[in-house]
Design a protein around this ligand. Sequence first.
Ligand SMILES: C[S@@+](CC[C@H](N)C(=O)[O-])C[C@H]1O[C@@H](n2cnc3c(N)ncnc32)[C@H](O)[C@@H]1O
Length: 275
Amino acid sequence: MTRARVIPTDRIICGDALETLRLLEPETVHLAITSPPYNLSKPYAEHHDEMNYSEYLDWMASVWAEVKRVLVPGGRLCINIGENKRRNITYPTFSAFIQQCIDAGYLYRGTVIWNKNSAAKHCAWGSWNSATNPHIVPRHEYIIAFSKDDFRLDGKKEDCDLDKDLFMTCTRSVWLFGTESKTRIGHPAPFPRELPNRLIQFYSFKGNVVLDMFAGSGTVGVVARLLGRKFILIDNSREYCKLALSRIQSEAGRGLFDVDGGVKAEIMDIDDLIQ
Ligand SMILES: C[S@@+](CC[C@H](N)C(=O)[O-])C[C@H]1O[C@@H](n2cnc3c(N)ncnc32)[C@H](O)[C@@H]1O
């Protein structure tokens, strides 16, 4: 297998994340934002979300290493992961991911606690009103952020779209916004737009390339388009790739259509990358 010579931006690639990343050119992505499968038995179309935990961690470590290869020097990786509790065992996955990325040579930028402002019914307290075995019920997720080689990312001042308020909000380590409806979007775990919206403006410049290698319903692509960035989305489910394309076309399609009305964004199969 040879590597792709031309990086396909504004494309949704239907394929395995790791295999697809291996085909992309090195040092071509400025920012990767993703939420991988959490290994919490979510009903994804093409992924069995209940792997052996150490195999799951090994897989994730390989993905972070391959992302590092495709990032430009100074490029960033932001990973969203929740508290990982399954069958009464809490797995410290977010801290494992931090260590994996440091071991892969990333520079650790820090962690945001995303307060999900959840109004969901509270239950699973453990021993109710008793110190015998009370449980902590997560109302938050993590966003862990890293840089490749250099904390600084080159870019022109006029390509930065942060204003003072957003900058101040993003620099605080606790972010408050709600979740997105699975039913409304038609995916088991969609990002709320506010998550990529903040990360893209905080960590990249207009015209930069933003990658999501577990793209699902394509929220990162939608927001990247709206903010004047290019995107590369990868997901191994054709159903979700189609969903992502239709969201991008209907929500962020301006400028994506050529003179004949053809859409420039498209779904590619991983085989199309092999030259
Ligand atoms: C947590 S969801 C991402 C949701 C996304 N942030 C959104 O806004 O919709 C994880 C995604 O990873 C995809 N996935 C699982 N295994 C994969 C693999 N081996 N390669 C590529 N994508 C995979 C699933 O299909 C799912 O859409």
